[in-house]
Design a protein around this ligand. Structure first.
Ligand code: ADP
Ligand code: MG
Length: 263
C-alpha cells in the first residue's frame, strides 16, 4: 500500500492513531473512550495515577487484550481486529515481563526464542534438513549478539536469565522486543524497580533508539524521567485522557496538577 510505505519516511506523522477506545471489565470502564495519536520518531509518555487504565490501553494497542470498541490504525492500516502476533509482524511490539519459565534459559536463548519462528521450526523446514534453516539460525544469533553487545550484556550471554538483576531483566525484556525489529515499541514502566545506575543506562538506550527512528510509547511514573525523555505526554485518569502536551505545558494546567501531578 502506498499510504503505508509513505508513513515510514514521514517524521512526525502519527504512526498510530487510536480512536475512542473502550475496554470494560464487567462493569468497570478501565479504558473509557480514549483517543490518542503516537507521532513517529518520538517518545510519547503515558502517565496517570494507579488504576488509570494505562496498562490496559497498552495491551489493547498491542492486541494482547481486545478492545470492547474503538478503532486502531497503525501505519495507515486498520489493525483493530488483528491478533497481537500479526501486529508484531507489522512492527507494533510491546514488552512483557520476563516470564518465569524463561529463567532457566540463558540470556542468549531468551533473545532467540523471542524472535519470529524461523524456518527450522516448521515441518517443511525440518524435512528439508539443516542446510535450509541454518542461515536463519545464524542470522538470529548474530542479531541477538549485536543487541547483547549494544546493551552491555555480552558477558552474560550464557548465564541463566533467572540469575540477572532486576535492571538486567528489564534490559532482556527490551532486547527481546527488539529481536522483533519493531517500528513502534510499547513499554510499560521499563525502569520500575531498577537500580538508578541502570535507569540512566536505559534512558540513554531509549534516546539512542529514538535517534535511529524507533517510535516509542511508554508508561512511566517518574515524572523527572518523563520530562527528560518524552517529546510529548498523555495524561490518563479513570480511564480517560485528561490532558496531553509537553510536561511544561501540563504543569501549567490546574486540573491536571490537581488530578495527578501533586504528591
Ligand atoms: P494502570 O496501568 O494505569 O495502573 P490498569 O490498566 O492496570 O491501570 O487498570 C485499570 C483498571 O482496570 C483498574 O481498576 C484495574 O483494577 C482494572 N483491571 C485491569 N486489568 C483487569 C482485568 N484483567 N480484569 C479486571 N479488571 C482489570
Ligand atoms: Mg499499569
Amino acid at each position: 500500500m502506498a499510504a503505508a510505505a509513505e508513513a515510514l519516511v514521514t517524521p512526525g506523522r502519527p504512526m498510530l492513531v487510536a480512536s475512542d477506545i473502550h475496554r470494560h471489565f464487567e462493569g468497570l470502564h478501565a479504558v473509557d473512550g480514549v483517543s490518542i495519536d503516537v507521532p513517529s520518531g518520538q517518545i510519547t509518555g503515558l502517565i496517570g495515577p494507579n488504576g488509570a487504565g494505562k496498562s490496559t490501553l497498552l495491551a489493547v494497542l498491542a492486541g494482547t487484550l481486545p478492545a470492547s470498541s474503538g478503532t486502531i490504525v497503525f501505519d495507515g492500516e486498520d489493525i483493530t481486529s488483528s491478533p497481537a502476533y500479526r501486529r508484531a509482524r507489522r512492527g507494533l511490539v510491546r514488552t512483557f515481563q520476563l516470564p518465569s519459565e524463561f529463567a532457566r534459559l540463558t540470556v542468549l536463548e531468551n533473545l532467540l526464542v523471542a524472535a519470529p519462528k524461523h524456518r527450522g521450526d516448521s515441518l517443511f523446514g525440518a524435512l528439508m534438513g539443516k542446510g535450509y534453516w541454518i542461515d536463519d539460525e545464524r542470522r538470529l544469533v548474530h542479531q541477538a549478539r549485536a543487541l547483547l553487545d549494544r546493551f552491555g550484556m555480552s558477558a552474560q550471554e550464557s548465564d541463566y536469565a533467572g540469575t540477572m538483576s532486576g535492571g538486567q531483566k528489564r534490559l532482556i525484556e527490551i532486547m527481546r522486543a527488539l529481536m522483533l525489529q519493531p517500528r513502534l515499541l510499547l513499554l510499560d514502566e521499563p525502569m520500575s524497580g531498577v537500580h538508578p545506575k541502570i535507569v540512566l543506562e536505559i534512558q540513554h538506550y531509549l534516546q539512542d533508539l529514538r535517534a535511529e527512528g524507533l517510535t516509542i510509547l511508554m508508561v512511566e511514573h517518574e515524572l523527572h524521567m518523563v520530562e527528560r525523555l518524552c517529546d510529548s505526554v498523555v495524561v490518563m485518569a479513570q480511564g480517560k485522557v485528561i490532558g496531553s502536551g509537553t510536561m511544561a505545558t501540563l504543569r501549567r494546567q490546574r486540573e491536571i496538577v490537581d488530578a495527578y501531578l501533586v504528591g
